[in-house]
Design a protein around this ligand. Structure first.
Ligand SMILES: [Zn+2]
Length: 355
């Protein structure tokens, strides 16, 4: 989902809101913009959602995971706040299950209209279609190339297609969001800023008038968003997409913007945080260049990138993230990758020219 195994803290962030919302309660942030939380059954135990009140209706941003518990909380929120004004609009930042899980249920139950970027919508549809199917050979080969052993590959195959467990359907039509578009949420205009790397076409929503950005997983205060290479697009460079997106947000946002992230607390300090993330990834890649003077597999570099122990629960995420860093170095011409006779990729730093 959104959490990488890396944990980072920035000392320079300022958190203006002490108290987090109780389940089923809204906490007002700025005019018309309200914060609510839904539980997650993971080590990352919550997601922040946003409810924006207009004159005639509510706009909801993200939904929480598909579970009976989350549905009950939504029913409580609707009973308390939605009786006089309808939940008319549902905006989704990206298609990870904690963000989109109840989009189908919310749009059906409250007749809300879904707005999402095309790539996030179609990727979600595609993953729902894959649910309960067998892992394709290309995906097994992808993880074998990264160095997973037979037992780990069997475990991957047995868990394949779990996406549908946490996503309860999608409506069959939607309003498409695009980068640079202006949308109305509540009584204000918001600019759609699209980022990539954590997810393919992740929408953030920036309101200049309120000086607030709903950042999804694109800017998080304490955890580093997972940036993974995926089996469907093994030649892509999601880490460079991510670094470019961080820089784009620095360029587009004022330094004192209030960031409303999907995990953690609202904070001020977007530039510091984004610069910190860029620097960490660049420094990780410098360490990888040293580590890979002798050829290494993706699974060999976990100790360089992660402090946490990698076990079967976070193995795929760690593998995807290691591959994203290694692929970025290959794309920059700093590393070579060679496949051995067993279909396993070895990454080696290129020697200095003339050395
Ligand atoms: Zn996410």
């Amino acid at each position: 989902m959104s959490e990488s195994s890396k944990i980072r803290r920035d000392a320079n962030l300022n958190y203006p809101f002490e108290n987090t919302p109780e389940p089923g309660e809204l906490v007002n942030i700025v005019k018309g913009v309200n914060w609510l939380r839904m539980p997650l059954p993971f080590s990352l135990n919550h997601i922040n959602l946003w409810a924006i009140e207009g004159v005639d209706d509510w706009t909801i941003v993200d939904t929480g995971l598909a579970s009976d518990e989350t549905i009950e909380l939504w029913q409580a929120v609707h009973a308390k706040y939605g009786s006089s004004k309808p939940f008319k609009n549902l905006f989704i930042t990206h298609m990870h299950p904690d963000h989109i899980g109840l989009a189908g249920w919310l749009t059906r139950t409250y007749k809300a209209e879904l707005s999402i970027t095309r790539s996030e919508y179609l990727t979600c549809r595609h993953l729902l279609d894959y649910s309960h199917k067998e892992a394709p050979q290309e995906a097994i080969d992808f993880y074998r190339a990264a160095g997973l052993d037979e037992e780990q590959l069997e475990n991957y195959q047995s868990q394949f297609g779990g996406f549908g467990k946490f996503v309860r359907g999608l409506p069959h039509s939607y309003r498409r969001l695009t980068d640079g578009q202006i949308v109305k949420m509540g009584n204000h205009s918001w600019l759609v800023i699209v980022g990539s790397g954590h997810s393919t076409e992740h929408a953030c929503f920036y309101c200049e008038e309120l000086n607030v950005i709903i950042s999804g997983d694109q800017i998080l205060p304490t955890i580093s968003s997972n940036v993974s290479l995926r089996a469907t697009e093994p030649y892509e460079n999601p880490l460079q997409d991510w670094l470019d997106s961080c820089q784009k947000l620095i360029d587009e946002l004022p330094a004192d913007v209030l960031v409303l992230p999907s995990h953690g607390k609202p904070f001020v300090g977007a530039h510091e945080r984004l610069n910190g993330l860029i620097n960490e990834h660049e420094s990780d890649m410098e360490k990888l260049k040293v580590e890979c003077i002798n050829p290494k597999r993706a699974i060999d570099v976990f100790p360089i990138l992660f402090r946490a122990k990698i076990d079967r629960n976070n193995l795929l995420m760690a593998t995807g993230e290691s591959l994203a860093h290694l692929n970025c170095l290959v794309a920059r011409g700093e590393m070579n990758v060679t496949m051995d006779d067993n279909g396993v990729n070895y990454y080696q730093t290129k020697s200095e020219q003339g050395a």
